[in-house]
Design a protein around this ligand. Structure first.
Ligand SMILES: N[C@@H](CCC(=O)N[C@@H](CS)C(=O)NCC(=O)O)C(=O)O
Length: 217
């Protein structure tokens, strides 16, 4: 039995954790919890993650059997477990910027902007109110994508001088932008597209995309 087991839904934010697991090279198991089928709401899965969200990471080692939730926590845990993979910068400024990016992406961009656009009924009821919520979400997401694009200008990766977990998380939003939010991505955000092409060219990333059976664009 592998010590690490990831619970993921194809194309969800768990994609960043899946990529990170593949990048570190430690053997792991991965179980599909397809959100569209309601698999994240079954009693079995709620016993694993009572929040009913993916990703969740089961960690069985050191005589313990634990579950870690929250994508940011999972990314930092995996990167720290395998420092040789260099998935977070070694210096303290690079680490600080990594945590800053992960926090902003997970909260403002994902849980506020994207979620308001995709699931307005979780914030308001009635068609008019839901349309307002979705529009407010869009007013968060589009400037966020523009900021990501501007910050990538002249850079190969978002933080430090090598691929990190931040770049893996950025791929999730790039995919959602086109696929789920139906926004043009390549033309308005050419720097974002350029760096995501580099991310997608990594063998570990290509392998995970194939395993999840998803397309990026
Ligand atoms: N705060 C959590 C949020 C994770 C999250 O929202 N995951 C989504 C998929 S991208 C999910 O499981 N959604 C299921 C639902 O909302 O019912 C984290 O950062 O891990």
């Amino acid at each position: 039995m592998n010590p690490l087991k990831l619970y993921y839904s194809p194309g969800a934010c768990s994609l960043a954790a899946h990529i990170t697991l593949e990048e570190i090279g430690e053997p792991y198991e991965a179980e599909r919890i397809v959100i569209a089928d309601g698999a994240n709401r079954t009693p079995e899965y709620l016993a694993i993650n009572p929040h009913g969200r993916v990703p969740a990471l089961r960690i069985r080692d050191g005589g313990k059997d634990q579950v870690l939730t929250e994508l940011t926590a999972i990314l930092l845990f995996l990167a720290r477990r395998h420092p040789v993979a260099r998935l977070i910068p070694e210096d303290s400024e690079g680490f600080m910027r990594t945590v800053e990016w992960l926090s902003w992406l997970a909260t403002t961009v994902h849980q506020t902007g994207v979620r308001m656009m995709l699931k307005p009924s979780r914030f308001a009821s009635g068609a008019a109110c839901e349309a307002q919520v979705a529009a407010s979400g869009r007013s968060i997401v589009e400037p966020a994508f523009a900021e990501i694009d501007a910050r990538l200008r002249g850079r190969d990766w978002m933080v430090g001088d090598h691929f990190t977990v931040v770049d893996a998380f950025l791929l999730v939003f790039f995919r959602w932008g086109g696929y789920r939010l139906h926004l043009p991505m390549r033309e308005p955000y050419p720097e974002y597209a350029r760096v995501m092409d580099r991310v997608r060219a990594r063998p570990a990333v290509a392998k995970v995309i194939a395993e999840e059976g998803i397309r990026i664009e």
